[in-house]
Design a protein around this ligand. Sequence first.
Ligand code: ADP
Ligand code: MG
Ligand code: ZN
Length: 278
Amino acid sequence: MTETPLLKVRNVNKRYGEGCPKCAAPDMLGEENRCAYCGSVWACRNVIFDLYEGEILGIVGESGSGKSTLVKSLYFDDSITSGTASISSYKEGTADIFSVSPQQKRYIRNYLMGMVYQNPWLGLKMSFSSGGNIAEKLIASGTYHVGTIRERASALLEHVEIPVARMDELPKNFSGGMQQRVQISKALANNPPILLLDEVTTGLDLSVQAKVLDLIRSIQRELRVAMIVVSHDLGVIRMLADRTMVMKSGKVVEQGLTDQILEDPQHEYTQLLVHSLL
Ligand SMILES: Nc1ncnc2c1ncn2[C@@H]1O[C@H](COP(=O)(O)OP(=O)(O)O)[C@@H](O)[C@H]1O
Ligand SMILES: [Mg+2]
Ligand SMILES: [Zn+2]
């Protein structure tokens, strides 16, 4: 770990819905993040964290706690209501990535980030071959030479243990575990310093899940890419994350070293999560 964070996220707030005088600010709602008057939801409330080079940061919390909203915002799939974030390797960390132009956001997405979604249909074009999906990401990040693309796509598929012979097949004909592998290889195609993974093993059979988790760990060791791993499953977090952030109703209620959080959870909600795991 270096001193300067790779990614700095500050005071991120996201409201779904128009809001009303009763929920104009995120802290006007209490434990609940849904406004009882207008039904708007503050999905993220004052989220602050750092991600360091080469580490895996886990984000855990029950369904609806705001985890996906947070990573989707970082990947610009969703806009935030307020807050800032900076990446040390982008404009020397001086720019707020949420307020740059759409072209600059595209650049950040294509060159500095990778995203793996829970639902492979969001991360892959099912009408493109696996190789074609990887090619798309390579082209977006400035690789145009057909030979190079094909070579890199084979290497990436090999890396995630998809037989290269299946490069021209459509991922929609693959099993769930294989689809996640293709998504991971696509997300890594541009060698991003930051990889976002949202519930990538949720819904997979346990044995398949274990293999995908192993793959993620080995990739992280080998490539030293910094990862944000989102899961409602503390088992996944325990296996992957160096540090963990616990979210509840849009707020970060606890963060620290994963081992410490698992051994000695401070927040009542984390204690519940941990005890239901054991
Ligand atoms: N597009 C949307 N429109 C309205 N509300 C949404 C939308 N997406 C998520 N929410 C709400 O925001 C909250 C956080 O959701 P989400 O980020 O998906 O949580 P998690 O990933 O932790 O399960 C939930 O209350 C959810 O219902
Ligand atoms: Mg989610
Ligand atoms: Zn309201």
